[in-house]
Design a protein around this ligand. Sequence first.
Ligand code: AMP
Ligand code: ZN
Length: 113
Amino acid sequence: MSDCIFCKIAEGEIPSNKVYEDERILCFHDLEPQAPVHVLIIPKKHIESMDDVGVEDQDLLGYIMIKVKDIAKELGLENGYRLVNNCGEDGFQTVKHIHFHLLGKRKLTWPPG
Ligand code: AMP
Ligand code: ZN
């Protein structure tokens, strides 16, 4: 999508601090980290939110899920981490391109705000 900031990051039009990239997904550091390690994992395909995931995306979403542990290991999150998806207005989703926050290197509290 032409006006999507994460599509632009995926296409290299906007720079990002990349952690991992392959043909289907990208992981980069969040601009406003909420933990010592805070990265975002996105599919390169534009999907607006969890509400917009279709049957045709199950392989892609499954692929992200199996990559999480590899990225976490690469970032030294051997003591655990949190994977977060914000969806829609009440979920406080600010960027309308599906993404998963991976946070770690501090004791995270529950419930989240
Ligand atoms: P969410 O509120 O779940 O939609 O999360 C969007 C996240 O994207 C926020 O944590 C922002 O700090 C982050 N963000 C926005 N623009 C950029 C950018 N250009 N590079 C890295 N992170 C970004
Ligand atoms: Zn997009």
